[in-house]
Design a protein. Sequence first.
Length: 208
Amino acid sequence: MDEPPFNNRVIDRFIVAGESSNINMVIIINKIDLDDMNKMDTWINLYDNIGYNVIKTSTLNSTGLPELASLLKNKTNIFWGQSGVGKSSLLNKIYPHLNLETSPISNSTFKGVHTTVTSKLFEVETDTFLIDTPGIREIDPFGIKKEDLSHYFIEFKAYAAECKFSTCTHHHEPDCKVRRAVEQSKISKERYDSYLRLLETIEEDIIF
Ligand SMILES: Nc1nc2c(ncn2[C@@H]2O[C@H](COP(=O)(O)OP(=O)(O)O)[C@@H](O)[C@H]2O)c(=O)[nH]1
Ligand SMILES: [Mg+2]
Ligand SMILES: [Zn+2]
């Protein structure tokens, strides 16, 4: 079966959406049972170094499930991620009475079948709420100005504050400290590439 590949650009889009909405985020790397070569460690370290809470989980061997369960408690939680990564399976494991529909990855399309078609809010215990979402692949940075995008790449902040222009988009402007930090490997190239791709999708002429 073909699994949805790990996609850091999708994660970075979710992070921008979360940061711009002031949502507390946890990055869950599920299906860790498939990573017998620990190939995910590089990515886990990258996000961990930025300051995000990254947890490894598996619904097959229960890795990380107690930790995830304790993070969910007394909060309203929304599960974001591509279709087929195991969101509904994780929720079922922790709260079996939910009995959410899950589905194997479809071989013909190489994509998860969109079993969950609407987002639903469940109160699983007093004061603990869960929202399971259908697989969202793309989140557009709606309502974000070009010059503000870097605020949501939180490790850019300290450098961005020192750029020559306060409206620097860290793309072409002279004396840009973010670009210099990328050159010096203080900011990861992957994160900067994600940033540039998102920057491209923001229309110049949106009036807020
Ligand atoms: N190997 C492995 N497969 C998993 C794991 N969690 C879920 N799956 C499988 O991944 C597929 C998609 O799961 P589902 O929960 O429907 O994903 P969702 O679309 O994100 O809700 C199903 O076939 C699950 O059995 C896991 O930890 N390891
Ligand atoms: Mg689902
Ligand atoms: Zn700059």
